[in-house]
Design a protein around this ligand. Structure first.
Ligand code: MN
Length: 238
């Protein structure tokens, strides 16, 4: 069983090296032929399925997914805080499994917990914002605004929410605490993204040991991760 994990590419279009490299990567994956491609959220800088708009600057990426699917790779999408309400398109056209919050997978007799990571330690304010982005009110707002205006606003908001290094290490610390609790509750492996920090660590809890892994950010370093023969490999695409 060969699984590829990728997250936090924050794609904005083909003018960015970031997206050109990802499209190349997807082409290469079609020859590498993983059983599953697991996207751990924030692949796109902004995508909501609520208004049915598919931005044309993402077409090359979608072509790549389609190609992979035709080659027999199953696509699993854990929604992030920049890409959500994706089911209609990703399930409808790519047959992908889409999870809004988290997923539990049984692989090689081990229990995996997968999530983007923004829900690992949310504040009440963050929960409200997260709810709003999936609400009928937000859908209404999307319906009355031109998609190009929605795009501009989304980019403005994500500039404000940029991930600074100190914030990233706080997130990473919370991820490991969160992973310990999941391991204590019975999981063997916890995979989260969101901090853009690639890493892997064995975590011991009073009852059992488990593994925490993070594929890291594609945006900064073209990071990804492979799970094969019971092992995680931290990788950089070059
Ligand atoms: Mn994120």
């Amino acid at each position: 069983m060969r699984i590829v994990f990728v997250a936090d590419a924050h794609l904005r279009g083909m003018e960015d090296e970031n997206q050109r490299r990802l499209v190349e990567f997807l082409d290469w994956l079609a020859t590498y032929r993983p059983h599953k491609l697991i996207i751990l959220g924030d692949l796109f800088e902004f995508w909501t399925g609520l208004n049915g708009v598919i931005y044309s600057h993402y077409f090359p990426v979608l072509k790549g997914f389609e190609h992979l699917k035709e080659g027999g790779t199953e696509i699993i999408y854990l929604e992030g805080n920049h890409d959500f309400s994706l089911g209609q398109f990703f399930t409808g056209f790519l047959g992908a499994k889409v999870y809004r919050d988290s997923a539990t997978l049984e692989l090689d007799g081990k229990r995996f917990y997968l999530a983007h990571g923004d829900i690992a330690d949310p504040s009440p304010g963050y929960n409200l914002w997260r709810w709003f982005l999936r609400s009928p009110l937000f859908r209404f707002i999307l319906m009355v605004l031109h998609p190009s205006l929605v795009w501009k606003i989304a980019l403005r908001l994500s500039e404000r929410g940029r991930l600074y290094p100190e914030r990233a290490s706080t997130i990473e610390r919370r991820h490991r605490e969160f992973a310990k609790r999941r391991i204590l509750s019975g999981y063997d492996v916890v995979v989260l993204a969101h901090s853009h920090i690639q890493g892997m660590e064995r975590l011991a809890t009073p009852r059992k040991e488990g593994l925490y892994a993070n594929p890291g950010g594609w945006r900064e370093e073209f990071n990804y991760m492979v799970y094969e023969d019971g092992q995680f490999l931290l990788k950089k695409y070059s």
